[in-house]
Design a protein around this ligand. Sequence first.
Ligand code: IDP
Length: 141
Amino acid sequence: MMVQRTFSIIKPDAVNRNLIGEITARLEKSGLSVIASKMLHLTTEQAAGFYAEHEGKPFYETLITNMTAGSIIVQVLEGEDAVAKNREVMGTTDPEKAAPGTIRKDFAVSMQKNSVHGSDSPESAAREIAYFFNENEIYPR
Ligand code: IDP
């Protein structure tokens, strides 16, 4: 076990339904600490840069539309095995296949409006954190 950082987004569909508190509470209850947090409304260019790896895929245009449809909360989470733990608490991409008790099972409305993003590896986490935060905006415990 090692202390890691990961990156989380509470997506527009969840912010619009007033789920910021409930989602953050689940992350915190799992043992993760919020060490950076802010609200943003992504431009198309910011969303496209963040999701560049998905460019050209059939769901890409809708993904960018959904991610720019409202405000989001971006957070840096820290804790033991933070990347895996966050993915576990989130549940799998398709909410219909997500395990009971996960954020996506309980709150997501579709695969596109699946409420949260979480880094899929420590390397992605480092890149995604740097995309949205300067080191002086991060407050480790
Ligand atoms: P993840 O968010 O579970 O890591 P990714 O593969 O990184 O999943 O995809 C980014 C986002 O794009 C997903 O959260 C989901 O909203 C959307 N997405 C991914 N695959 C599909 C798909 O096959 N159909 C519709 N939307 C998808």
